[in-house]
Design a protein around this ligand. Structure first.
Ligand SMILES: NC(=O)c1ccc[n+]([C@@H]2O[C@H](COP(=O)([O-])OP(=O)(O)OC[C@H]3O[C@@H](n4cnc5c(N)ncnc54)[C@H](O)[C@@H]3O)[C@@H](O)[C@H]2O)c1
Length: 226
């Protein structure tokens, strides 16, 4: 077992992927936290985790009691930044689900504070590790395509009504951030990674194409200049 003491904050839909990764990397899972204790219980049950794992419903209490090295933040997106800042204050390295924050300002605060404390922050952009994406990246870095002048990224995912109604935070500006922030962020990240430069101009349009009952957009189109 690794001596990295690990915990998860937010034990909802995505958390099983984090437990699977923690197990694969032999992390020492010491604590799990969710506002809803039954979510922690079902995660423990489905992975048959040892009973010594501590359960918390308040992450501040968990940070106070446990000496953690690494924390995965898997709550709704709008809560990532405050939880991240509190964990960094406590001296923890972080894995933060995408998007790491819902504004550039908040993301920068996390990065600055982590740098100042010499702590690592990992954003969950797992698609960077897809074999095809890795191959493409190698080719780009190796100069196979010369100077890149143009790149496109599409996310043609459909999210039905049942997706948006499964939790109250989905489709809200404050906690979800809309289709560009929630779903498209995956390929926005890949496009920026491949193009390798900072974005200087953005022309964008968002709309509620089908789901007019949600607050944020379900469609986003953007042209960006690097
Ligand atoms: N990387 C990916 O491909 C991917 C896929 C799905 C979701 N996500 C991201 O993961 C995050 C969670 O999504 P989900 O689908 O698991 O949501 P979810 O609603 O199923 O789970 C969120 C959980 O966080 C808990 N929570 C909220 N506030 C908390 C707090 N203060 N302390 C402890 N627990 C708290 C909730 O009770 C809930 O159980 C989102 O940011 C989402 O964008 C990423």
């Amino acid at each position: 077992m690794s001596n990295l003491r690990y915990a998860i904050i937010g034990c909802g839909r995505i958390s099983p992927n984090h437990i699977a990764a923690a197990k694969e990397n032999h992390l020492n899972i010491v604590a799990l936290c969710d506002l809803d204790e039954s979510k922690v219980d079902s995660l423990i049950k489905s992975f048959q985790l040892p009973s010594k794992i501590k359960k918390y419903t308040n992450y501040n209490e968990m940070l106070k009691i446990e000496e953690l090295d690494l924390v995965a933040i898997c709550t709704e997106s709008g809560k990532h930044d405050q939880i991240a800042l509190d964990c960094i204050e406590d001296g923890c390295h972080l894995i933060i689900e995408k998007p790491i924050a819902l504004s550039l300002d908040k993301a920068d605060q996390i990065i600055e504070k982590a740098k100042a404390r010499n702590l690592k922050v990992c954003a969950c952009h797992q698609n960077r590790f897809n074999k095809s994406v890795q191959k493409l990246r190698e080719a780009v870095v190796g100069g196979r395509f010369g100077r890149l002048l143009y790149g496109t990224a599409h996310i043609r995912w459909n999210r039905g009504k049942e997706y948006y109604t499964q939790a109250p935070w989905r489709g809200t500006w404050e906690q979800d951030g809309g289709a560009l922030m929630n779903q498209c962020i995956h390929n926005i990240d890949l496009l920026r990674w491949m193009m390798g430069e900072e974005i200087t101009e953005v022309f964008a349009v968002t709309d509620n194409l089908i789901h007019d009952f949600i607050e944020a957009e379900d469609l986003g189109l953007a042209i960006v200049k690097f």
